[in-house]
Design a protein around this ligand. Sequence first.
Ligand code: G6P
Length: 608
Amino acid sequence: MCGIVGYVGNDQVAPILLKGLAKLEYRGYDSAGVAVYDGTSIQVVKSKGRLKVLDEKIHGGADLSGTVGIGHTRWATHGKPSDLNAHPHSSESGRFAIVHNGVIENYLELKSFLAEQGCHFISETDTEVVAQLLDFNYHGDLLDAVITTLKKIRGSYAFGILCSDFPDRVIGVRKESPLIVGLGNGENFIASDIPAILERTRDIYRLQENEIAVIKADGVTVYNMEKQTVEKETCHIDWDISAAEKGGYDHFMAKEIMEQPKAVRDTISPRIKNGRIVLDHISLTREQIEKFNRILVVACGSAYHVGVVAKYIFERFTHIPVEVDVASEFRYRDPIIDKNVLVLVISQSGETADTLAALREAKRLGARTISIVNVVGSSIANESDDVLYTWAGPEIAVATTKAYSTQLAVIYLLAIYISEKIGVMSEADYQFYISELQSLPDKIAETLDSREHIHETAKQFYQKDDIFFIGRNIDYAMSLEGSLKLKEISYIHSEAYAAGELKHGTISLIENGTLVIALATQKRLFEKMMSNVKEVKARGATVLGVTTYGNQHIEKESDFVFYVPEICDMMLPSLAVLPLQIFAYYVAYLKGCDIDKPKNLAKSVTVE
Ligand code: G6P
């Protein structure tokens, strides 16, 4: 949610900022801007719209001279997307310019205080208030001004700060929003995410809460709020820039869909050694696991949908009751939790504000926490008791695919691991499920082979206004993800329903030609699903069934079918989700939608 980049070095800064921002557009793309110190004062240029509008306005950055600057790509929270509300924001004197990712909760209070002191505001944003407050608190010492300001604000933030009195530096600071420092040769950076600076350096570190980085060309010093210096350990990034590029595909989403066999293999393989699941990073003992009387899964968006699948898997495999909560709801429902509850937190980015807050709340209440996270060193990974990384690699498309699949893979690993540890799963079943798990990457690859058939099918439906997804049990959980994928990138209205529940109201929306996608992968519920399919067909629906190869019975009831390979029931979601992702992709493609950057969305949601 909002992308920040900052640079101090010897090269012209504006083109570097634009290049960095291009890699961060997945975080927000309703406006963009840069602030550059040109040798005399800070120049700010910003515009509503995609980054290319700004790029054209400043001719690829050539119009702005200077080697120190900050840039921003925005996902609006306070104030609609407009030139004025775009970042950077300046203090009235022009001494400070700042970029911000996050939300300042007490900005109205601060704004009226500053107005009483004579400040004038030109935007509707919370960020402008911070720029003015910095100036108000500035009495010649930049670090003091930053610390005094941070003490006055409430909320979440990553800031990049320029001050014309100190034109050789950029300040970076964060709380509850990510910010990394990049260390180059005679040049240093701040950024919201690694791809923004990877072309110029591979040595980074992540700032922790309220650490203040002073970035200069010849070095970086990090301070805490007491003005003491903090030692940071540098981490070398070894993945290649191509991992964050399209590599010949039309869209990141297409590339990431096709990367799923590898991502799932990378996530599973290192954790199965000599036929046993080894979770090196889980410090839980058998005795501790035996004491858990409940598992609670907390997440947002697609990660929440993984949680819904996880409920079925954990209950079947471990016999421990499972609850699943949307993180934003969990936070405020006074959850009943104690040390005998295992809280599983799922997040691709590891920075989602509500999920992070839910993790903190769970810890405060004494729960044991495990996170399933894709971004190494992210806040959620750092703050949970144990972390299981998904090895999906960087995911750029806003609509998640490979992160979702690797999260599911970790759920299988953890459920089988716990089940065996507490003696619920027999050795024979343990061996069976491990071999099923090991077959998953190849079966994912086999499922992806049918993408052309799915493309052809999408041609029949891309002009629909409403599409319904139905399923039972674990197929219901899949319906949620299928429906979300479709609506987020194709803007077609879609709903997911437990198949047996449809008749309690929503079936009234089914009319001649309405497309109903019926997930029917679970053998023991197949007949029941077919009854529900008949109900919608009787009301004129066109039915697209999803089931396993060999289950031709579905053809009697469905107009179209997507088949997936056979695997044990509990792992079928990993295969059934693939045609749904591909279908959503082609529907959006045929509609001409901006697939990687759907309107109103952002990949990393660092505000409540
Ligand atoms: C956003 C993304 C979703 C994602 C959700 C949770 O809404 O668009 O794809 O599932 O955030 O993100 P997280 O990083 O916590 O998995």
